[in-house]
Design a protein around this ligand. Structure first.
Ligand SMILES: Nc1ncnc2c1ncn2[C@@H]1O[C@H](COP(=O)(O)OP(=O)(O)OP(=O)(O)O)[C@@H](O)[C@H]1O
Ligand SMILES: [Mg+2]
Length: 330
C-alpha cells in the first residue's frame, strides 16, 4: 500500500540563543489510506510536536530535520504557502479541548459555513453553504442540525462541541485527520461515541486517522497499527494485535502491564519504576536504560536501531522479548 503520509527521520529541535533541545529525534512513520494509527507514549514524549511539525504548525524558531512526504511528494512543513494548500483540504487536525478551539462569540453555523467556504474548491452560494453545514452536522451525529446552526459554543456539551469540531475539520474533505487526544476532556461514554464516530468516518469516507492518545484501551479497540514513542523516538511499532500480544520492547511491555484488566487476573497494577528523562537529559544511549529491567552496558552507550522481526513489527532494543516468545512457541 502506498503511504499517504510518510515521515522520514523527522526531528524537531527547540532552539534559543543559549541552548538547543531535541524533542523529536528521527521519527519514521507511515500512514496508509484508510488506516487508523495509534500514536502512544508517556506525557512529553513528543507525540503532539511530531504531529504539529508534520502539519507545519510549529514556530519559526524550531529546527526541523528529516523529510515529510505527502502522497509521495516531498513537502516542506515550514513553507506556509504549500502547507496552507494542504491544511484543512487534505490534512486536518483536531485538538484536545474543543471548547477553546471554537470561537465563543460566533454561532456554530457561522463558523462551520466559514470552514466550508474557505476549503471549497469552487465558489458556493449561501444556500449551498448552509445545506452543506447541515449535512456535516448530521454526518457527525448531531441531532436537529438546522436548529444547532444558530447556537453558540457555550450552549453545547463537551461531546457536542467535539462533534462540531470534527464537522469543521471534515468540511474540506481531508484524506487524513490527525486527532490529538480528541476525547481526554470528555467523559467515558461520550469518549466511546466519538471513537465510534471516527471509526465510522474511516469506514464511510476511507479517511486515514492518526489518533494520539494515552488510552491503550482505545488503541486496542479502534486502531489498526500503533506507534509507541519514548523520549522523542519511536521505540516499537506494529499492528495493534502483534504489539499487544507480543510487545518486544521492555517499555511497551511495561506500559501494557500497567493497564488494569477486566478479567480480574493480576489485581495489582505494575508501574514502571523511575521517571522519564527530560529532553535536556537525553544521552547517546537508550533513554529507557535507567528504568529498564533488561538493561546492559551497551544500552548506555548507543541507541539501538529500529529492528524488524517481520516486516511490519519493529522495535528498538538490544534485548527484546523475542527470545522468550520463541521459547513459548516450541
Ligand atoms: N513550544 C515549545 N517550546 C519548547 N519546548 C516544547 C514546546 N512544545 C513542547 N515542548 C516540549 O517538547 C516535548 C514534547 O512535547 P509534546 O507536547 O509533543 O508531548 P506529548 O507527547 O504530546 O505529551 P502529552 O501526552 O502530555 O500531550 C516536551 O518535553 C515539551 O515540554
Ligand atoms: Mg500532546
Amino acid at each position: 500500500m502506498e503511504p499517504l503520509l510518510e515521515l522520514r527521520q523527522l526531528s524537531v529541535t527547540f532552539a534559543t540563543n543559549y541552548l538547543s533541545i531535541p524533542v523529536v529525534r528521527g521519527v519514521d512513520l507511515q500512514v496508509g489510506q484508510g488506516e487508523i494509527i495509534g500514536l502512544v507514549g508517556e506525557s512529553g514524549c513528543g507525540k503532539s510536536v511530531t504531529c504539529m511539525a508534520a502539519m507545519g504548525l510549529l514556530d519559526d524558531n524550531v529546527r526541523l530535520g528529516g523529510e515529510v512526504h505527502w502522497k509521495n511528494e516531498l513537502v516542506d512543513p515550514q513553507n506556509d504557502v504549500s502547507m496552507s494548500r494542504l491544511r484543512g483540504r487534505e490534512i486536518a487536525m483536531i485538538f484536545q479541548d474543543p471548547m477553546s478551539a471554537l470561537n465563543p462569540v460566533q454561532t456554530i453555523g457561522k463558523q462551520l459555513i466559514e470552514a466550508i467556504r474557505v476549503t471549497a474548491k469552487t465558489r458556493l452560494n449561501r444556500k449551498t453553504l448552509r445545506n452543506k453545514a447541515v449535512e456535516l452536522l448530521r454526518d457527525v451525529g448531531i441531532p436537529d442540525p438546522e436548529k444547532r446552526l444558530k447556537t453558540y459554543p457555550h450552549q453545547l456539551s463537551g461531546g457536542l462541541s467535539q462533534r462540531v469540531m470534527i464537522a469543521m475539520m471534515l468540511a474540506g474533505e481531508p484524506d487524513l485527520l490527525i486527532a490529538d487526544e480528541p476525547t481526554t476532556a470528555l467523559d467515558v461514554t461520550v469518549q466511546a461515541q466519538i471513537m465510534d464516530l471516527l471509526r465510522d468516518l474511516r469506514d464511510k469516507r476511507g479517511m486515514s486517522i492518526i489518533l494520539v492518545t494515552h488510552d491503550l484501551g482505545v488503541v486496542a479497540e479502534v486502531c489498526d497499527r500503533m506507534v509507541v514513542m519514548y523520549c522523542g523516538r519511536v521505540i516499537e511499532t506494529g499492528t495493534v494485535q502483534t504489539v499487544f500480544n507480543r510487545p518486544h520492547h521492555p517499555y511497551t511491555s511495561g506500559l501494557l502491564a500497567s493497564l488494569p484488566r477486566v478479567d480480574g487476573e493480576d489485581d495489582e497494577l505494575t508501574p514502571i519504576p523511575g521517571v522519564v528523562p527530560q529532553p535536556h537529559e537525553f544521552g547517546a544511549g537508550c533513554d529507557f536504560a535507567t528504568r529498564c529491567p533488561r538493561v546492559s552496558e551497551r544500552c548506555y552507550a548507543e541507541f539501538p536501531d529500529l529492528k524488524s522481526s517481520e516486516s511490519k513489527h519493529k522495535f528498538a532494543c538490544f534485548s527484546p522479548f523475542s527470545a522468550e516468545y520463541e521459547e513459548l512457541e516450541v
